[in-house]
Design a protein around this ligand. Sequence first.
Ligand SMILES: CC(C)(COP(=O)(O)OP(=O)(O)OC[C@H]1O[C@@H](n2cnc3c(N)ncnc32)[C@H](O)[C@@H]1OP(=O)(O)O)[C@@H](O)C(=O)NCCC(=O)NCCS
Length: 193
Amino acid sequence: MTRLPEEIATARLVLRVPTPADAPAVNVAVRASFAELSEWMGWSVELQTMEESEEFCTESREKWRDDREYAVLMILKENGAVIGGCGYPNLDWEVPKFEIGYWCHSAHVGRGYVSEASHALTRLAFDELNAARVEIRMDDKNERSWRVAERLGFKLEGVIQADARTNAGGLRDTRIYALLNSIGLNVLAGVSA
Ligand SMILES: CC(C)(COP(=O)(O)OP(=O)(O)OC[C@H]1O[C@@H](n2cnc3c(N)ncnc32)[C@H](O)[C@@H]1OP(=O)(O)O)[C@@H](O)C(=O)NCCC(=O)NCCS
């Protein structure tokens, strides 16, 4: 029995574990956003095929069922459109700690959807999953992503140098933002998302 909910509702979104039926909508959203995704996401090296989208949906469900990973779609309540994805790409139940990851369909960037979803994932971690720590990591150059973490009150802990390779092959420095349990709850209480 998983500890992670199949669905979370926020003001404007439903965050839901994908089913195989979501593959076509995921494929459209990912392909439409390829220019931005390929700059920042290690998994977006080439245009995603429909088979890969189907695989993503199926595997996400399996990993969700046994608590290995949490990938949910960001779905607009008003029309059911898939406008991105988020979740905990890395989690450690021993600590417990959760890393939040996200991407947004390029046509829907700049409306606060990612901050709204990340706020809900942070609350879930602290309120329901007993998190000691929630973190967000990103390429040091990804300023839009810094702003999501900072808008939610996450604290910059540091920048790790030469931590990874970009898809273009260059070296990447990684920013690490975190919220800790009691501090996180207080900070989030003062943030509307
Ligand atoms: C990083 C990324 C997710 C940020 O998306 P985003 O749309 O800027 O983030 P949000 O949804 O939180 O929106 C915030 C923006 O909407 C604006 N906004 C509008 N309405 C808003 C609302 N109701 N609430 C909050 N912000 C709102 C904010 O002012 C902000 O704009 P600004 O950054 O220009 O000041 C997006 O650029 C992306 O998908 N990039 C490619 C993938 C990626 O880099 N993922 C992260 C890897 S670590």
